[in-house]
Design a protein. Structure first.
Lengths: 200, 284
């Protein structure tokens, strides 16, 4: 090998160049990797602890129409951490009992891009102000850009009071899925293209 | 002084007029006194000249130790093609918009509080209570739009003048990265006033990111710092907005300018068309 002594497999210059580069790389990785891990850490932690919020006595609700209730999902961000839930009693004549919830609690988060929808009693529809998404009485998409039915919350009754718990998502046949972001399709293969995350 | 070219070089002062000729009154003074006054005058003159040399001496001292002179001569007095016009200033205009954003942003950071509970009230405080607060925040807010508009004009100039072609492709690519970074600045900065518009725009923007296949949902989690919009989101956006992206933009502007200085600018395309017409005439 040119520049090397008899029997050497690497020149002194190459060894030291490589060594200096490796030392620099190790030094950079020593602060770079922890910093990166620090930034992406929240991706691997459950960020919303499963908890139930009291939304009022059983007498407040009926099977015919929705009652709007406000729950606090994240108290640290004041108004921004609140969410409206539309609650009504389970109605065996119109609801499938597959979801096994005593109450139907529908999230006001539009499944297009997350704007807040509102329930309009006159048309028995949920309507989004942003891009014209419209949902049926049971939260299924009636029109506009939304990609799946409105999310719901788990419900339970304790000592005569209705409690609203963790959020879950539904495909277009109202099969239950782990919660996804708005804009994520769920039917068929879409559920793998928009995977559920460790944060939920 | 090597730094400046001939015409700009500082000219030495004309030599001071000789002292007045001795008049009637001066006859009484002794020769010694006259000589003394002349000497004083000459001394003052020397000091004036020495003082005038100070800036040049300082620049020379730095130049000798950094070699800044040849570098700046190459950078600032480079040749430009015939036909260079006002459209060629759009890049500098964009850079000054960025500098204005950087400076006003640094000073806004002195009063702004990046927390969900205090952000909105700290912006109100800046607008209502602080001397020139509304003006400085206004410059930052409107300057953001100005910067985006200027970028697109600069990009259009580059495109329509064909200035992205060989050997300047890499500079076009750097420019596109700068455009994307500027967009990211717009996105992260929009949340910071933490009014309803900023909040919902951010919710929608994060969900737009989530609509990307496979990586989208994780990207949205990264932006929010979790599955739900929370206190982490605003501090995350703040750190990205005022630390991460500005450093990247500044570094890439440096690379962009280096390539402009190294490769030079292009002549406007119509000059080539005129040349072609002249050639065609000659051939006929």
């Amino acid at each position: 090998m040119p520049g090397a002594f008899e029997g050497e497999t690497v020149t002194r210059r190459r060894l030291f160049t490589g060594g200096a580069m490796a030392a620099g790389g190790v030094a950079t990785a020593a602060f770079g990797l922890p910093a990166l891990g620090f930034a992406v850490g929240p991706l691997f932690e459950r960020s919303v602890p499963p908890s139930f919020h009291d939304v009022g006595p059983v007498a407040d609700f009926n099977p015919q129409t929705y009652v709007a209730k406000v729950i606090t999902i994240d108290a640290e961000v004041a108004e921004a951490g609140k969410a409206t839930v539309y609650v009504r009693r389970f109605d065996a004549t119109r609801d499938s009992d597959r979801l096994k919830q005593p109450y139907v609690a529908i999230s006001n988060r539009c499944m297009h891009l997350g704007c807040p929808i509102r329930y309009v009693q006159a048309s028995e529809r949920f309507i989004c102000p942003c891009h014209g998404g419209v949902y049926e009485f049971d939260g299924k998409v009636a029109g506009g850009p939304p990609v799946r039915p409105l999310d719901r919350f788990e419900t339970k009754v304790e000592r005569g009071r209705v409690k609203v718990g963790p959020r879950f998502s539904l495909d277009s046949h109202l099969h239950r899925f782990k919660v996804r972001d708005p804009s994520n399709h769920l039917d068929g293969l879409w559920q793998y293209i928009y995977p559920s995350r460790p944060t939920t | 002084m090597k730094l400046l070219p001939g015409p700009l070089r500082r000219r030495r002062e004309e030599p001071a007029p000789p002292p007045r000729e001795a008049g009637d009154g001066d006859l009484r003074k002794g020769h010694e006194q006259v000589a003394l006054e002349r000497e004083k005058e000459a001394d003052r003159q020397r000091r004036r000249e020495a003082l005038q040399e100070v800036p040049i001496a300082v620049a020379g001292w730095i130049d000798e130790r950094t070699g800044a002179g040849p570098f700046l001569r190459g950078f600032l007095y480079r040749k430009v093609p015939k036909g260079t016009n006002w459209f060629y200033t759009l890049g500098s205009a964009t850079m000054f918009a960025f500098l204005s954003q950087a400076v006003t942003g640094v000073f806004l950071a002195m009063y702004y509080k990046p927390t969900a509970t205090e952000a909105y009230s700290s912006i109100q405080h800046i607008d209502e209570d602080i001397f020139l607060g509304q003006f400085v925040r206004g410059m930052h807010k409107w300057g953001a739009s100005v910067m985006v508009v200027l970028i697109f004009l600069h990009m259009g100039r580059t495109f329509f003048f064909g200035a992205y072609k060989y050997p300047r492709e890499l500079n076009w690519i750097i420019g596109v990265v700068l455009l994307i970074l500027t967009m990211a600045m717009g996105l992260t900065g929009y949340l910071l006033p933490f009014d309803m518009r900023g909040l919902w725009a951010t919710v929608v923007a994060v969900n737009l990111n989530s609509s990307g296949p496979i990586v989208g949902p994780y990207l949205a989690d990264f932006l929010r710092g979790g599955a739900e919009f929370g206190a982490t989101t605003i501090s995350r956006f703040y750190a990205i907005h005022m630390l991460l992206i500005p450093v990247l933009i500044a570094a890439l502007i440096g690379a962009h300018l280096y390539l402009v200085a190294k490769l030079g600018t292009t002549a406007p395309p119509w000059l080539k068309a005129e040349k072609a017409r002249e050639l065609a005439k000659e051939e006929i």
